[in-house]
Ligand binder design. Structure first.
Ligand code: PLP
Length: 374
């Protein structure tokens, strides 16, 4: 099934009623079959009798809408998907599963650093900066965490390059692909071993749910993650899963529009940089010239950054905009802008991060222009 058809019909065979929009199932527990011959002892139960089977027991294991999400995502993400109650739950599950002696992690979401630091605090693992020298320390089974495109600029790193360095040491390459969801990039094509997404961002797409996704290459690995998830207690909630099923129907439409709007806005600002004395520079993957990019992505992240003249100009800029809400996060249909110094202790205090939505791009360009001219 192709992408857009899967995102609507990928889970049709699991529908339990004639409702076109599957109901929100708030139940935590499900009635066992009335027929005693259909009752299965726990010691005889297996993955296939519990997950994606249409039978439900307890919602920490799975429930109708979480099963729908995973089946729809399998086609969209070209792998075997496991859904979580947040992006960070997905990263926590990855560290728990691989239990690496060393993690290489560079510029990446601060929360992923936070979890890596907890593992380090508990002496489970040593956290090292992602640079060439530190590959020397890697042993088989260690983990390399690469976020690309990277927060907050939306610029690309070469996945094949890091895959090669990791694999020479027998290490695993994890790609956090949150900033370029399907259909923009598929990191498996460049040699990634496993992929994660914060589905709170583009998969949800409406700034109204938290969720995370792991994409494994094979079903056996997926089964191990699902079995850990039962005991970590990190399955997605019922309400959020139903909203995510809704959101997946328009994932491709939203992401392609957002990416296209972003590239146009970035191009306009960059081409006209000399007309805006307050604008020092625009940073985005679409302005990068590295040759690996055309193989790695079919479109750029809908997130970019601008550097303004000074801290005060950056701090007041969001209040001059009409169509960009001043808020953290990204990926929703509504455009957001954030003075990053509020969320990030390490960032240049003149930097603003922009998450481009699905508004008409002419309005976004006009709004940015009037605010820069004030
Ligand atoms: C938001 C984000 C996360 C964490 O996801 P949550 O759903 O907020 O837990 C991880 N990685 C990246 C790149 C993110 O942007």
């Amino acid at each position: 099934m192709s992408f857009q058809t899967s995102s609507i019909h990928g889970g049709d065979h699991l529908h339990r009623s004639s409702d076109v929009t599957p109901p929100i199932n708030i139940s935590t527990t499900y009635k066992y079959p009335k027929d005693p011959s259909k009752l299965v002892k726990a010691k005889d139960a297996n993955y296939d009798s519990i997950f994606n089977s249409g039978d439900y027991y307890y919602s920490r294991l799975s429930h109708p809408n979480s099963d729908l999400i995973e089946l729809i995502l399998d086609n969209i993400c070209h792998g075997n998907c496991v859904v979580y109650n947040s992006g960070l739950s997905a990263f926590f599950a990855l560290l728990t599963h691989f239990n690496p002696k060393h993690i290489l992690i560079g510029q990446a979401y601060h929360g992923c650093h936070g979890i890596a630091d907890i593992f380090s605090r508990n002496n489970w693992t040593q956290v090292l900066e992602l640079n060439h020298e530190n590959f020397l320390y890697l042993q088989p089974g260690d983990l390399v965490h690469l976020e690309t495109p990277v927060n907050p600029e939306g610029i690309h790193f070469d996945i094949s390059h890091y895959a090669q360095l990791a694999h020479e040491k027998g290490a695993i390459l994890l790609v956090d692909s949150t900033f370029a969801p399907p259909p923009l990039q598929n990191p498996f094509n460049q040699g990634a071993d496993i992929i994660m997404h914060s589905a709170t961002k583009y998969f949800g797409g409406h700034s109204d749910l938290l969720a995370g996704i792991i994409v494994a290459k094979d079903l056996d690995t997926k089964k191990k993650f699902v079995q850990d998830r039962i005991y970590l207690g990190t399955n997605i909630g019922n309400l959020e899963s139903s909203m995510l099923v809704r959101s997946l129907k328009t994932l491709k439409l939203r992401v392609l529009t957002q990416s296209d709007n972003c590239v146009k806005l970035v191009k306009y600002l960059n081409d006209n940089n000399d007309k805006f004395p307050n604008l020092i520079k625009v940073v985005h993957g679409s302005l990068q010239s590295d040759s690996f990019i055309s193989n790695q992505v079919t479109g750029h992240s809908p997130v970019f950054s601008v550097l303004l003249k000074d801290e005060e100009t950056a701090k007041t800029f969001p209040s001059k905009l009409k169509y960009f809400y001043h808020a953290t996060s990204l990926g929703g249909v509504e455009s957001l802008i954030e003075w990053r110094a509020i969320s990030d202790t390490t960032v240049d205090e003149r930097l603003l991060r922009v998450s481009v939505g699905v508004e008409d791009v002419e309005d976004l360009i006009q709004d940015f222009t009037q605010a820069l001219n004030q």
